[in-house]
Design a binder for this molecule. Structure first.
Ligand SMILES: [Zn+2]
Length: 227
């Protein structure tokens, strides 16, 4: 190379390096927005599969009376006709997360394209209806989904699993008493409890059990947190 071209070559090289650095930063920018409070014992009450008219309303009443914030993982198809309930969840300071548009496993997990389309439909509906942008997601049916997790984390979502249940899906026709004791037994010994509950239409017993579930965690010194 002739000496006179050296500054030009250096300039081109520097420009390329800067461009790649920017590109790299953009590709890694979307980190999950949520970090745990880590303030000792904490419990996250998480409600899946709603909204429903009666059960979600009763749960919101209890949360308000008890001054507890929770997280609701929404099924988009169930919002129609219950827009006011969705708005109320947001207005009362709870977190709205995405739990899919349809809850139809076969369609949701059919391909990456189908998965993202489903997530975006539900997120857009939450945004249009309640005016908040969801930042957390729960997989319908639970389980590990590495490919989908990477896609969601790339979009800035926090994936929320659970480590305790009240049994309202797992135990057929469970009474409120059974739900309370299952919530207590499955969360025993855990400093951070992420409790799975459901607020879809059949789960009146869950709404019934909620005051005693809250009383238990409060007595055991847990702070109530939301995602
Ligand atoms: Zn579900």
């Amino acid at each position: 190379m002739q000496k006179k071209y050296l500054p030009l070559a250096v300039a081109v090289l520097v420009t390329l390096l800067v461009l790649f650095a920017h590109l790299g930063a953009r590709l890694t920018m979307a980190t999950p927005a949520f970090t745990f409070a880590d303030t000792g014992r904490e419990v996250y009450l998480t409600f899946d599969d709603g909204p429903s008219t009666v059960v979600t309303g009763r749960i919101l009443d209890t949360l308000k009376e008890e001054n507890v914030k929770a997280t609701f993982f929404i099924v988009g198809d169930r919002v129609f006709g219950r827009e006011e309930t969705l708005k109320r969840i947001a207005r009362e300071g709870h977190t709205l997360g995405v739990h899919s548009q349809t809850h139809e496993y076969r369609n949701i997990y059919a391909s990456s394209e189908a998965f993202l389309k489903d997530v975006k439909a539900c997120a857009a509906l939450i945004e249009e209806t309640a005016g908040v942008t969801p930042h957390c997601y729960r997989f319908p049916g639970g389980g590990k989904h590495p490919k989908e997790t990477a896609l969601l984390e790339g979009l800035g979502y926090t994936i929320v699993p659970w480590n305790a249940v009240c049994g309202d899906e797992e135990i057929p026709h469970a009474s409120a008493e059974t739900l309370v004791s299952t919530a207590i037994s499955t969360s025993r010994g855990k400093e951070r409890v992420i409790l799975l509950l459901h607020d879809s239409a059949p789960h009146r017993e869950t709404a019934q059990a909620l005051p005693a579930i809250i009383a238990h965690f409060r007595q055991a010194g847990y702070a109530f947190c939301a995602f």
